[in-house]
Design a protein around this ligand. Structure first.
Ligand SMILES: Nc1ncnc2c1ncn2[C@@H]1O[C@H](COP(=O)(O)OP(=O)(O)OP(=O)(O)O)[C@@H](O)[C@H]1O
Ligand SMILES: [Mg+2]
Length: 159
C-alpha cells in the first residue's frame, strides 16, 4: 500500500472528492469506510461537484437512506448505517442502484460488502487530528488502478 492522501480541512476533502468525481464514469461504485464524522459525506459533496451536481444537493441520507441525484451522471448516495439486514436493503431500493449510467457511493458499507457488485473502489477515511483526515484506497482491477494513479499524480503536482 502506498502512502495515504491527507487532507487538513473540510474544503480540502471536498476538493479531493471533486478530483475523484471528475474521473468517474457510469457504473462506478465507491464504498466509503470510516467512523462517524470521518468526512464521508463531505467527500461525497466533492464527488458531486466533480459530476457537475451542486453540492447542496448532497445531504446526509440519515432518513432517506438512498438519495438519487440527477446530474450529467446520476449519483446514488447510500447510507447503510441504519440498515439491519438484507430485507431492509431490498426495501430501500438498494438493488436498483448500480446502474450503468449512474455512479453509486455508499457510506457504512462494511456489513454488506459481499452484496456489492465487483469491482468497487474502497476509500478508507481516518481522522488523525481535529481537522486532519487520511484517505487510503483499495481496489481490484486496472480501471481503478489508473484512476488512483492519476489522482495521486494530480495531488502531488498540486494540479
Ligand atoms: N479534513 C476534513 N475533512 C472532512 N471533514 C472534516 C475535516 N476536518 C474537520 N471536518 C469535520 O468533520 C465532519 C465530517 O462530517 P461528515 O458528515 O462528512 O462525516 P461522515 O463520515 O459522513 O459521518 P457519518 O458517519 O455520521 O455519516 C464535519 O463536521 C467537518 O466539518
Ligand atoms: Mg455521512
Amino acid at each position: 500500500m502506498r502512502d495515504a492522501i491527507r487532507s487538513y480541512s473540510e474544503e480540502q476533502t471536498r476538493a479531493l472528492g471533486e478530483r475523484i468525481g471528475r474521473k468517474l464514469a457510469g457504473g462506478d461504485i465507491l464504498a466509503l469506510r470510516g467512523d462517524l464524522g470521518a468526512g464521508k459525506t463531505c467527500l461525497v459533496k466533492g464527488i458531486a461537484r466533480g459530476l457537475g451536481i451542486p453540492e447542496e444537493e448532497v445531504v446526509s441520507p440519515t432518513y432517506t437512506l438512498i438519495h438519487e441525484i440527477l446530474g450529467s451522471l446520476r449519483l446514488f448516495h447510500i447510507d447503510l448505517y441504519r440498515i439491519e439486514g438484507l430485507d431492509d436493503l431490498e426495501n430501500i431500493g438498494f438493488y436498483e442502484a448500480f446502474e450503468k449510467d449512474a455512479v453509486t457511493v455508499i457510506e457504512w458499507p462494511d456489513r454488506f460488502l459481499e452484496w456489492l457488485p465487483e469491482p468497487y473502489l474502497m476509500v478508507e477515511l481516518e481522522r488523525f487530528s481535529e481537522g486532519g483526515r487520511e484517505f487510503k484506497f483499495r481496489f481490484r482491477g486496472k480501471r481503478f488502478q489508473g484512476l488512483i494513479e492519476a489522482l495521486r499524480k494530480e495531488v502531488s503536482d498540486g494540479a
